[in-house]
Design a binder for this molecule. Structure first.
Ligand code: SF4
Length: 384
């Protein structure tokens, strides 16, 4: 198993409009003081770097929100500052999330110039009706144009799709997947539509405006996804993520392998080992609160707490079982000082194995495809 790496996450909390399914920390504002935000992000980066001096950064990820709305000069300044504060791995992966609107696509060349070497595009659907339903600010033609531009400017690019949409049939989804495969680079993320509390979709869904596919159809859609993408060489390496060999998102692998990461910007989380402690960090979530804190004190940290061995074990299971490779024994031991079995009930472990949801062997513990598809239930059973 590869080393988990050390990652830097930078959160840009603004979007042009709020998508009705989204529960991310994203906000719509009339005007954004780009220079003020640049100074604040740079200040928080400096603060975080002082606490993790000497580490080697293996990936940087600009997430959001919509970081393709950041000025490329801000992106460049942050990458440059990170390289001056930490050692950078020779093959450091620098990803930026982008929406496929024409305004943002026009920035791709400048973002590449700024040091971004991997683009993750929020395409979500290749169908205008579905895009309208999802409240996206782009149509299918813009998505195709953005994918073509991404391919031109970036050696590595990925795009996201959302399935299990209301009224979606298996045949329609298979046709959309075939089109996606033809457009894909080295990576594809395919998420099942989930109704998140507090979103506009949660209200519409509760009102009965529409229904999502039932469990059986959702299961068929999941299986069709696995099959179509595996056949195309984009093998699943995580519940919703597929890649050609070597195309896996190294940044997200750091999270799932429970490596250390620094998170800066509003609401960003981090996990950083300091001595024998692993600290969980969380920044102020509201953009203006975070900005005010950074301008006053140089950072927007709201909370920094050491995790107990039991909490680390639980988090590691939660993250690692998302991956096809699962949780490795050596990594688990190094992180928690105990064996995988020590924190789990042997009877439940055996039941989940017999049920075809988990596999336990000399390498460690991993979920089967059926287990990954119902991971929340598997984790709940393990924790019961
Ligand atoms: S663009 Fe992305 S982050 Fe922004 S509201 Fe839509 S889904 Fe959420």
């Amino acid at each position: 198993m590869r080393e988990p790496g050390f990652a830097l996450y930078i959160h840009w909390p603004f979007c042009k409009s709020k998508c009705p399914y989204c529960d991310f920390n994203s906000h719509v504002r009339d005007g954004i003081a780009q220079e003020r935000w640049r100074r604040a992000l740079l200040a928080e980066l400096d603060h975080a770097a002082a606490e993790t001096a000497g580490r080697q950064v293996t990936s940087i990820f600009f997430g959001g929100g919509t970081p393709s709305l950041m000025e490329p000069a801000t992106v460049a300044a942050l990458i440059e500052r990170a390289a001056s504060r930490w050692r950078m791995a020779e093959d450091v992966e620098v990803t930026l999330e982008a929406n496929p609107s024409s305004v943002e696509s026009a920035r791709f060349a400048a973002l590449r110039q700024a040091g971004v070497n991997r683009l993750s595009l929020g395409v979500q659907a290749l169908d205008d009706r579905a895009l309208r339903f999802l409240g996206r600010g782009h149509d299918a033609a813009e998505a195709l144009a953005a994918i073509a531009l991404a391919e031109r400017h970036f050696a590595r690019y990925s795009f996201d799709l959302i399935y299990a949409r209301p009224e979606q049939t298996l045949a329609q989804w298979q046709a959309e997947l075939a089109r996606a495969v033809a457009l894909a680079g080295d990576h594809l993320s395919v998420y099942q539509l989930t109704i998140e509390p507090g979103t506009a979709f949660a209200t519409a869904h509760a009102r009965g405006d529409w229904a999502v596919p039932d469990e059986e159809l959702a299961g068929d859609l999941f299986e069709a996804t696995q099959e179509a993408l595996a056949t195309a060489g984009l093998t699943a390496y995580e519940i919703s993520n597929h890649a050609r060999p070597g195309g896996e998102c190294r940044h997200n692998l750091t999270y799932w392998r429970y490596g250390d990461y620094v998170g800066i910007g509003p609401g960003a989380h981090g996990r950083v080992a300091v001595g024998s402690d692993k600290l969980a960090t969380r920044r102020f979530r509201a953009p203006e609160t975070w900005l005010g804190a950074v301008e006053r004190q140089g950072h927007g940290l709201e909370e920094q707490i050491p995790l107990s061995a039991a909490e680390r074990a639980e988090e590691m299971m939660m993250m690692g079982l998302r991956l096809v490779e699962g949780v490795g024994r050596a990594r688990f031991r190094a992180e928690t000082g105990a064996e995988i079995e020590a924190s789990l009930d042997s009877r439940r472990l055996a039941d989940l194995g017999d049920g075809g949801f988990l596999i336990r062997d000399a390498q460690g513990l991993r979920a089967t495809a059926a287990g990954r598809q119902r991971l929340n239930a598997v984790l709940a059973a393990l924790a019961a």
